[in-house]
Design a protein around this ligand. Structure first.
Ligand code: TEU
Length: 589
């Protein structure tokens, strides 16, 4: 072996002896089953609907499908409130439908990853039904029960065991009349938090995970997995404004979270043949923590969803809108690329079922919709990490035109509206924030064609289809070689054919530039340059290092016609993005 450190030697390993894990070169597609494809006309998407569209996903070229929850659920939080971990919600189909989907996915050489929601269950899960039945029930300790605050009567204002504010408004504690105690719910009162301190809880969850793996699934996306360990002292949080305190220091990345994840890895994955994909959803995760969560030697998860880049356009809360600055985005991504260069792995996403549509958020969903959507896709997919596409992102789907509060379906938006208006905020101002940030933007149905309800359903959709489905839809885009769909397909193909996209080192260029996002990727002798004009005005990229050489390099991919020879070749049209490739002398130092 030469002493030379090449990028290949820093590639994350699937295990101490294995080569790069398969998911390093994979692209994941997230399906939100309620809103993907309805096969039976009840207005809600379902598993047979997905199975019928597996060919569409294979044509796009994705490697993995991540399914948001399809388990039995009262649907208080659209399926993230699960009442049976080992079944299928009837509205979505049956276990046989699930097996058929899995088979169809595997037949196309794709993989299927399930959503694992084990920070909390539904309050209708038999575990919780038992737990709440009496203070001495054997499952009482499976959840977080606490008496009212000292000296206060249960149910009275301020009697909650802590002052924490729920993600879905109000207190994180619900009073249970029958037993005179409160239970903890970081999200809805119908989502009681499981007590991971109790080893029986952990064993039950691991057994359930093994059951799905035995059935053939290829991994898990783990919902708010960095909230499973709480500080058992449950101290009050600091009050920033108003009545509520911030409990997050007591439950984000808590004291035993690494221990639990390592135990899960040992109990569920370590001795199982095959290689699985695990991705933890981790709000409030820093680069430093991500190195711990994703270092393969530690055996926790393969990658995490960090939240820093989707919080650049907000203030104190997600409803406190503020303009987004390109420099901040570059600083954030640049820090994550550098921080996980030698250990761990990045996941890359703009969208999911919780985020507004990226073309409306960081792009231009008006005249420059196609070009800005393809630019954003190019930027994301050319970073180092595993890219995630959220259904409809490959079409450049936009935020929805919600007229009033009655148009929203999401518990988070509906509760926030009530709480904010009750606290004196102007309803129109609250609606402005909901329109920009509300999760229903992501949840309007997939736009398949220009027909009634966008081809999503023959019935009444549970939430209206965006009226712009007449122009923006899969049928039209598959037929149009210049579409967002075809661009995403090219991006996926590029990842599959160009190892520098997967493993190349990352170097950010022009970090202070207010219009241009530029970076290089380098693997051995191959170097890629990504140039993107993230603005509606032309921009000049001739300040990049080695500009003259790059001008002559091969353009691998672009979202715009070839530059007019009369102009400088490094001048970029509004929202233009290019990927260049060249080979360079390898430094033997
Ligand atoms: O989301 C967790 C989370 O912290 C946020 O992204 C959340 O969506 C909310 O918007 C905070 O303002 C996960 C799921 O992705 C989400 O759909 C669930 O509602 C939540 O957990 C509870 O299971």
């Amino acid at each position: 072996m030469s002493g030379r450190q090449t990028s290949d030697e820093m590639v994350p390993r699937g295990g101490p002896e294995a080569g790069p894990a398969w998911w390093t070169s994979a692209v994941v597609y997230q399906i939100y089953p309620r809103s993907f494809a309805d096969s039976d006309g009840d207005g809600i998407g379902d598993l047979p609907g997905i199975t019928a569209r597996v060919g569409y996903l294979a044509d796009l070229g994705v490697d993995v499908i991540w399914l948001s929850p399809v388990y039995p659920s009262p649907q208080d939080d659209a399926g993230y409130d699960i009442s049976d971990y080992q079944g299928i919600e009837p509205v979505f189909g049956t276990l046989a439908d699930f097996d058929a989907l899995l088979e169809a996915v595997h037949a196309r050489d794709m993989k299927l990853v399930l959503d694992l929601v084990v920070n909390h269950t539904s309050d209708e899960h038999p575990w919780f039904v038992e737990s709440r039945s009496s203070t001495d029930n054997p499952k009482r300790d499976w959840y977080w029960w606490r008496p009212p605050r000292h000296g206060k009567a249960g149910g009275a204002p301020g009697a909650e065991p802590t002052n924490w504010h729920s993600f879905f408004s109000g207190s994180t504690w619900a009073f249970d009349e029958a037993t005179g105690e409160y239970y903890l719910h970081l999200f809805s009162p119908k989502q009681p938090d499981l007590n991971w301190e109790n080893p029986q809880v952990r064993e039950a969850i691991y057994a359930m995970m093994r059951w799905w793996l035995d059935r053939g699934v290829d991994g898990f996306r783990m919902d708010v997995i960095n909230m499973i360990s709480k500080d058992p002292a449950l101290p009050d949080g600091v009050v920033d404004q108003g009545r509520w305190g911030d409990g997050s220091p007591s439950y984000l990345n808590g004291p035993r979270v690494h221990e639990y994840l390592q135990e899960m890895h040992r109990e569920v994955f370590a001795d199982r043949p095959g290689q699985f994909l695990t991705v933890g959803e981790t709000p409030g995760c820093t680069v430093e923590l991500a190195r711990l969560y994703t270092d393969p030697v530690r055996g926790e998860v393969d990658m995490v969803f960090q939240f820093e880049h989707v919080q650049l356009d907000r203030g104190r809360s997600k409803w406190d809108l503020r303009p987004f600055r390109l420099r901040d985005l570059k600083a954030t991504f640049g820090r994550w690329q550098a921080g996980l260069a030698d250990v761990g792995w990045n996941s890359l996403y703009w969208n999911n079922h919780d985020q507004p549509r990226v073309v409306s958020r960081f792009g231009d969903d008006g005249v420059h919709r196609v070009r800005s959507a393809t630019l954003l896709g190019t930027l994301l997919h050319l970073h180092r990490g595993t890219p995630y596409i959220y259904q409809g992102e490959e079409l450049g789907m936009t935020n929805a035109p919600f007229a009033g509060i009655d148009d929203f379906r999401d518990i988070e938006s509906i509760n926030h509206y009530a709480e904010a208006v009750a606290a004196g905020q102007a309803p129109e101002q609250v609606l402005t924030a909901l329109r920009a940030m509300g999760r229903d933007n992501a949840r309007t149905p997939m736009q398949w064609d220009s027909g009634p309800h966008g081809g999503f359903t023959t019935g009444d959709p549970w939430i209206p289809v965006n009226p712009n489905h007449r122009e923006i839809n899969a049928a039209a885009e598959v037929a149009d070689p210049e579409s967002v769909w075809h661009h995403y397909r090219s991006l996926i193909r590029l990842r599959h054919t160009e190892p520098a996209v997967v493993h190349g080192d990352f170097t950010m260029l022009l970090p202070e530039h207010e219009q241009i996002y530029a970076f290089t990727r380098r693997l051995g002798a191959v170097e890629l340059l990504v140039l993107a004009n993230v603005s509606g005005r032309t921009a000049m990229a001739d300040q990049i290092p080695d500009a003259a050489a790059w001008e002559r390099a091969e353009v691998l991919l672009t979202n715009a016609p070839a530059p007019d020879p009369a102009h400088h070749r490094l001048s970029l049209q509004p929202w233009e993005a290019r990927v260049y490739r060249r080979t360079v002398a390898v430094d033997e130092g």
